[in-house]
Ligand binder design. Structure first.
Ligand code: RB5
Length: 146
């Protein structure tokens, strides 16, 4: 799978950890930065990951900032992005199964690396559920035209 990853400085170490894990699993990881713990602003990195997904350069995106919140808000400004902040296996599973999230976001200051690794593994192995969940996701897409 082609996976775009991005973070700010507060998510940098988590991004590095998850990138290495994803590469080890055989995924094609596209690291869109940032590349150090020097302070940067998260919006550009969330947007870059979102655009990689919606432009078809990546199948899914992984983002990290301090909490996962700011970078998810930024990614969600890109039309077609469904970025979800997850904290554990359960939220990762439901973000993918119910919300069809195509970008998963986590907090480098709020989630431990091992928990994050399990959450990513669950996110990647969970299939979106159709039916009423798909219909709701379609309703979200309609909101983008407002
Ligand atoms: C950076 O200090 C921090 O505000 C940022 O990483 C993130 O947590 C914002 O949502």
């Amino acid at each position: 799978m082609r996976i775009a990853v991005g973070s700010d400085h507060a998510g940098y170490l988590l991004k590095e950890f998850l990138s290495a894990h994803l590469a080890e699993l055989g995924h094609d990881v596209d690291d869109l930065g940032t590349h150090s713990e020097r302070a940067v602003d998260y919006p550009e990195f969330g947007a870059a990951v979102g655009q990689a997904v919606t432009e078809g350069r990546a199948d899914l995106g992984v983002c990290a900032c301090g909490t996962g919140i700011g970078i998810s808000i930024a990614a969600n400004k890109i039309q077609g992005v469904r970025a979800a902040v997850v904290h554990d296996v359960t939220t990762a599973r439901l973000a993918r199964a119910h919300n069809h999230a195509n970008v998963v976001c986590m907090g480098g200051r709020t989630v431990g690396h091992e928990v994050a690794k399990d959450a990513i593994d669950t996110f990647l192995s969970t299939a979106p559920i159709g039916g009423r969940h798909e219909q709701r996701v379609e309703e979200i897409a309609v909101l983008e035209t407002r």
